[in-house]
Design a protein around this ligand. Structure first.
Ligand code: PMT
Length: 391
């Protein structure tokens, strides 16, 4: 396995050579990437000696594309120490030096950060918000630990010890599943579209199919970003990061920002096609005998948008919930939304679809292949889908 160690400019950078030494000793191939500030704390010669490879620290030294070659080379990027500065840059999408450029390019592969800073900086709401953003994208944090800090005080902010970082790396990489090192996006559950402060338009999706897909992908070794509408389900898997949303527009925002970093996406959510044109911020009163008219406007189509964003090498899988002309309608969605596969759910099949623990699906591939499942648990259906779309 190949690991890129990124080093930023904090006093804990003096521990980076030890981290590299331990990773090499554990059998990993290592290359280092450092910011200019990191080189105030640790020298190029030290990092090149312990890693046995040239250091990447100048964005333009070899034609300005080294960040892409290094991204292609590495199976994982470990940033230790990660200062408040690099955390803020990545959270804001800033790429203005060798390491931040590499971090933005390192999509679809696991990234680990070991934050290190003064405890006041660590507690700052901006840093906490940025950490939450990075975690929601699937970036793993190791530490920081509590203890003595370089400024003479003590508190939370010490970089995790190199041995602990190596253990985390080993745990993350030990999975030898076929999807190890890949990141996948899954949408699940219903969306709620607000009418007023107490009412919404929703549907009967429980989220069970989407959560089962997230588990099946994670069990196959993938890092999974699960975006779910309102559901009582929870998930506790080290490789699944859950983002809860309410409306179709919130799901759209989350899914479109996560998709570019993913190897593929499976959209099983039952997204409301329409929402009320306006949502009252108070409880609407009864309108009397004449009834009430709600004006609805169309929601964005998340799947079609991802179909438009899809790059070579990404796999996009949609679901189709149909009541009639099932195959024909599903084929139409597959073509129109630029999908690689579509999973057809027929509401005519007993025991399939909303709420229940079982499902029965037909998986249609773009090249015409077709796979039909018997009625099985949603977990078994999820495994079949994962095996078919990510063999
Ligand atoms: O959650 P469960 O109770 O386990 O139920 C599972 C399920 C029945 C919800 C699931 O198996 C399923 O069929 N999901 C798709 C439901 C659906 O909304 O189908 P659709 O034919 O309306 O949408 C087609 C595809 O476009 C779906 O992938 C959907 O996620 C996507 N879509 C639809 C509308 C929209 N605005 N954005 C979308 O991304």
């Amino acid at each position: 396995m190949r690991i890129v160690v990124g080093i930023t400019g904090g006093i804990a950078a003096y521990k980076a050579p030890e981290l590299v030494r331990l990773l090499v000793k554990a059998g990993y191939e290592v290359r280092c990437a450092a910011t200019e500030h990191a080189l105030e704390f640790v020298t190029r010669v030290t990092l090149e000696t312990v890693s046995g490879a040239p250091l990447y620290h100048d964005l333009f030294a070899s034609g300005g594309t080294e960040h892409i070659s290094l991204k292609d080379w590495g199976d994982m990027l470990v940033v230790a120490p990660a200062t408040a500065n690099i955390i803020g840059k990545v959270a804001s999408g800033i790429a203005d030096d060798a390491l931040s450029t590499l971090l933005l390019a390192f999509s679809g592969k696991p990234v680990v950060m070991a934050p290190a800073m003064n405890s006041l900086m660590w507690a700052h709401p901006a840093v906490q918000r940025n950490i939450a953003t990075l975690k929601s994208w699937g970036i793993r944090m190791v530490g920081p630990a509590e203890g003595e800090l370089a400024c003479g005080t003590s508190g939370v902010g010490r970089m995790a010890e190199p041995e602990e970082i190596v253990r985390s790396v080993a745990t993350l990489l030990q999975h030898t599943g076929t999807l190890a090192g890949q990141r996948w996006l899954v949408t699940a559950g219903p969306t709620y579209e607000r009418i007023d402060s107490v009412r919404f338009i929703g549907n009967y999706s429980s989220g069970k199919m989407g959560f089962a897909l997230a588990e099946a992908l994670a069990e196959a070794g993938a890092e999974v970003a699960l975006v779910s509408g309102p559901t009582s389900l929870t998930i506790d898997h080290p490789r699944v990061t859950l983002t809860r949303v309410e409306s179709a527009r919130e799901m759209y925002a989350a899914a479109t920002s996560l998709f570019p970093q993913c190897r593929g996406a499976i959209l099983s959510a039952a997204v409301a096609d329409y929402r009320p044109a306006t949502a009252a911020d108070h409880k609407l009163k009864k309108q009397g005998d004449e009834g009430m008219t709600l004006q609805l406007v169309q929601n964005p189509d998340i799947l079609a948008t991802l179909g438009g964003m899809k790059q070579a090498g990404q796999t996009l899988v949609g679901f189709a919930l149909e009541t009639d002309h099932e195959l024909e309608n599903a084929q139409g969605k597959l073509q129109r939304k630029n999908l690689d596969y579509i999973v057809l759910n027929s509401l005519r099949d007993k025991g399939a679809g909303f709420g229940v623990d079982t499902n029965k699906v037909t998986i249609l591939a773009r090249d015409g292949r077709r796979e039909e499942s018997p009625l099985m648990s949603k977990r078994e259906v999820a495994e079949l889908i994962v095996k078919t779309v990510a063999p």
